[in-house]
Design a protein around this ligand. Structure first.
Ligand SMILES: NC(=O)c1ccc[n+]([C@@H]2O[C@H](COP(=O)([O-])OP(=O)(O)OC[C@H]3O[C@@H](n4cnc5c(N)ncnc54)[C@H](O)[C@@H]3O)[C@@H](O)[C@H]2O)c1
Length: 454
């Protein structure tokens, strides 16, 4: 099929490359000429494992190209809208202006009977708004196909998704055919797009627009709830002399609960979860559902509280005052295996430490080049070994494998004081303590007290 992907960021670039790898002819459209030029060369403009190979394959087969001109999408049968829906600058709601302008720019170029499918994460009611934008073209059908990929494993998630969700308007008869462009209707068109995935048995759910719009937000709200739940329990563990890592491991072995997203630590950030739970809260407020509204407010507050808690613990480990202390922060991206620093908890904490007068050096395997320009108060080093030099306190804030596997003996040679705050609870505390390190985590005060007693 001929397909266009409008918006080629973390979601759209992966989606376009994946569709080309399935045999479709794909054009990716983005307003950012730098991004388009890089993608056209077969190189990802951000760090995403496996994406370079997929882009290069698309380029070599001639099935994948990129452009800044929406007219180049004109001959596509299916258009996927993948532009950003960030948090509004003045409220907690989602900013839908990029979606509206993308749809408006596409409108004059749409072929007769084309299908426009949204993939961005949106509040309920967005499809109705886009129907208004496309009202001049009643022959064009709209669908919603929310995306669940995770940065860091986005290529795998796109090639083998857990499920496909189609939001469709059951009442409207459909796209393609007249003599015989094949599929009829949004469901049939999307089945054509995802034919290899469906053949491989990936579950596909068809629902109305409101359900499709809410599924993604509800899924993210649930994941955020799990993270904030275990972090709140971590506070309880600290107060009670328990260890949250042992507690969550035991809880997670119950298949009704499951261990994923049940790991206590610094909490979530990034370009999706924080803005999605705020948008979800705003939708609940608008729709008059206070239980969801209050719930999301609490989840958000617990999550942000972990950052404050980490700063307080760092001050405690520095003897009460941060001013003038040399602190090394391991990790800048919002999570491992991506260079994305949008709402990064690590950089937020690092910046607060610097605001309190600490000399903060940050390192990260991939995100230093993006971060240094935006955080003028912080010093950046590209290698952990250099960043650790003369540190009085080390904070592990993003759990890259490289930091999980740091050797406590050699790290100990570089620092001035062997004190580490493992805000992701991933280090082998006993191995570090054996090398003379004081190790603290979040929700693991019991372990620290036991070590101190020996
Ligand atoms: N990043 C993820 O892991 C992920 C996963 C699932 C869903 N989502 C959702 O996907 C959407 C996009 O997220 P992202 O992380 O890819 O954002 P992003 O900021 O990385 O990408 C958005 C892209 O859209 C482009 N753009 C903006 N206006 C445009 C227009 N009028 N025409 C063409 N291109 C335009 C931007 O230049 C940018 O490259 C959001 O709604 C997000 O919530 C993201």
């Amino acid at each position: 099929m001929k397909i266009s992907v409008i918006g080629c960021g973390y979601l759209g670039a992966v989606h376009a490359a994946t569709l080309a790898s399935m045999g479709h002819t794909v054009v990716g459209i983005d307003v950012d000429p730098g991004k388009v030029a890089q993608l056209a060369r077969g190189a990802a403009p951000f760090h995403e494992p496996g994406l370079d190979e997929l882009l290069e394959h698309g380029r070599a087969t001639g099935r994948l190209r990129f452009s800044t001109d929406p007219a180049d999408a004109g001959d596509a049968q299916v258009h996927f809208l993948c532009v950003g829906t960030p948090q509004d600058k003045t409220s907690d709601a989602a900013d839908l202006s990029f979606l509206v302008s993308a749809a408006a720019a596409l409108l004059p170029h749409l072929a007769a009977g084309a299908v426009v499918v949204g993939k961005s994460t949106v509040p309920v009611g967005t499809v109705g708004m886009l129907q208004d934008v496309l009202a001049a073209r009643p022959d064009v059908l709209l669908g919603w196909n929310p995306e669940f990929l995770r940065q860091g494993t986005a290529v795998k998630d796109s090639l083998v998704p857990d499920r496909l969700v189609y939001g469709v308007d059951g009442g409207r008869a459909a796209a393609f055919h007249p003599a015989t462009g094949a599929p009829l209707g949004v469901t049939a068109a999307l089945d054509g797009v995802y034919e290899p995935l469906l053949a491989a048995g990936i579950p596909r759910l068809v629902c109305n627009f409101a359900t499709a719009e809410l599924i993604k937000s509800a899924a993210n709200a649930y994941l955020a709830t799990k993270v904030s739940f275990i972090n709140a329990v971590g506070g309880l563990c600290d107060a009670a002399g328990a260890d949250v890592t042992e507690l969550s491991e035991a809880m997670g072995l119950d298949p009704r609960i499951g261990g994923r997203y049940l790991h206590a630590g610094l909490g979530f950030g990034g370009g999706c979860l924080p803005k999605d739970i705020r948008s979800f809260r705003t939708q609940a407020a608008t729709l008059g559902v206070p239980a969801v509204e209050d719930w999301m407010r609490l989840v958000d507050a617990v999550n942000l509280g972990q950052r404050e808690r980490t700063v307080r613990l760092a001050a405690e480990l520095c003897g009460g005052a941060l001013a003038g202390r040399s602190i090394t922060v391991l990790g800048a991206s919002f999570k491992p295996d991506t260079d994305d620093i949008r709402d990064s908890p690590a950089l937020d904490v690092a910046d607060r430490l610097a605001a309190a007068g600490a000399h903060v050096t940050v390192t990260d395997p991939k995100a230093v080049n993006l971060a240094w320009r935006r955080y003028p108060r912080l010093r950046f080093e590209s290698s952990a070994a250099r960043a650790l030099q003369d540190a009085e306190l080390v904070l592990l804030l993003t759990e890259w494998d490289e930091y999980r596997q740091l050797c406590p003996a050699s790290a100990g040679q570089q620092v001035r004081r062997r004190v580490v705050l493992d805000a992701r609870n991933v280090l082998d505390a006993a191995a570090w303590q054996e090398q003379g390190w004081v190790v603290r985590g979040l929700g693991t005060a019991a372990g620290a007290l036991a070590a101190a007693a020996h």
